[in-house]
Design a binder for this molecule. Structure first.
Ligand SMILES: Cc1cc2nc3c(=O)[nH]c(=O)nc-3n(C[C@H](O)[C@H](O)[C@H](O)COP(=O)(O)O)c2cc1C
Length: 346
């Protein structure tokens, strides 16, 4: 079986995600829903406020750069750039898995990120749910949250990717119990997030009744098919075919979102993430009730193209102009649901 260390694997994931994202034709999310522009919005752009509060901090608009990387040279460098862009744009930043920092990666790059982002914006750490059964990991995370001034931790759930990965998890027993203990004992808010695979109804039911959970990020089948990413890194032909057999599985981000929306307690935060390519996806998700929108692949592509600053600025400005067109002076109004409707068949 092919074995690689964590940092080499993360580098390969980064390259694989980029390669796949570049091949993906853009797809409009919530295609069966359409926004309802007003002919007479009776509002001025100066009255529109797309800002929001997340984890007690103010964002200039309702957006988070999604979890991707850290703990190896290229990943740390990308995080510095992402933190600078997040600061300039006034949005939240989620980091990729903190596992390397629990297993000896130099801490300085992680500690420096808070400086780059500033204290006014939310910084979220990340760990795989499969790690939570290990008390050393949970104790280490609590320490990292303090020393790196993290506002929250995100726990990602990705069984399809694990099974597509030659060195991945094969034992999924008692994982939810470990998650329950972790949420109950955490000193910082905990979110659970999908990756490229979304969540099934049973998982959604359990997460929505998990006491103390701060919120969820949908994830969903879309831009980043991690089984395909794993296939790209497989040297063993059997493993490559197994990974291929797992491609395209999982629930869409939209399906995951609607299921969460019905069940998530009022006080929990619903983050829509999974395939967000541009402003229209963000506006639709917010109009349908998401508190926050997150994207990983699109900002990563823009960063590597040198256009992330423009991309983020256009996301914010497009949101404001859409809000004006929809007659919504603030996000609370937009989230009420009357600015969007399900398309009816002709
Ligand atoms: C290069 C790359 C690395 C990622 N690494 C992580 C990770 O370490 N932890 C995590 O929770 N999600 C990770 N993700 C998943 C994203 O956070 C996100 O859930 C997923 O890519 C879907 O969003 P997108 O369509 O906007 O990319 C990664 C995504 C990319 C593109």
């Amino acid at each position: 079986m092919q074995k690689t260390d964590h940092s080499e694997r993360k580098k390969q994931h980064l390259e694989g995600c980029l390669r796949l994202a570049r091949q993906q034709p853009p797809r409009e999310l919530f295609f069966d829903h359409r926004l309802l522009p007003k002919a007479f919005p009776d509002l001025a752009l100066g009255e529109v406020d797309p800002s929001t509060t997340f984890l007690g901090k103010r964002l200039t608009f309702s957006f988070m750069i999604g979890a991707m990387t850290g703990g190896f040279e290229l990943g740390d460098d990308l995080n510095v750039q992402l933190a600078r862009h997040a600061r300039r744009a006034g949005v939240a930043l989620a980091l990729g898995s903190l596992r390397p920092f629990l297993t000896g990666a130099p801490m300085a790059p992680l500690l420096g990120l808070r400086r780059e982002l500033g204290s006014e914006l939310p910084l979220l750490g990340n760990i795989s749910v499969w790690q939570l059964a290990d008390p050393k990991v949970t104790a280490g995370l609590a320490e990292l949250a303090v020393v790196a001034s993290l506002d929250a931790l995100m726990v990602h759930v990705n069984p399809i990717q694990e099974l597509a990965q030659p060195e991945g998890q094969r034992n999924f027993r008692r994982v939810f119990e470990a998650l329950e203990r972790f949420v109950a004992g955490s000193t910082v808010p905990v979110f659970v997030k999908g990756t490229g695979e979304g969540f099934d109804d049973d998982a959604i039911q359990r997460l929505c009744t998990l006491p103390g959970l701060a919120g969820v990020e949908t994830g969903g089948r879309g831009t980043c098919d991690f089984a395909a990413v794993e296939r790209l890194r497989c040297e063993n032909p059997v493993e490559a075919l197994v990974a291929q057999s797992l491609e395209g599985l999982g629930r869409s981000a939209e399906g995951t979102f609607f299921a969460f929306k019905n069940l998530l307690p009022e006080e929990a935060t619903l983050v829509f993430g999974g395939g967000v390519g541009g402003p229209r996806d963000m506006v639709k998700a917010l109009a349908l009730g998401a508190h926050l929108v997150s994207a990983a692949s699109a900002p990563l592509l823009a960063l590597t193209d040198g256009t992330l600053e423009i991309w983020l600025a256009s996301m914010r400005e497009s949101l404001s102009r859409h809000m004006l067109l929809l007659g919504c002076p603030n996000l609370e109004r937009l989230r009420q649901g009357w600015a969007i409707e399900q398309r009816t068949l002709p």
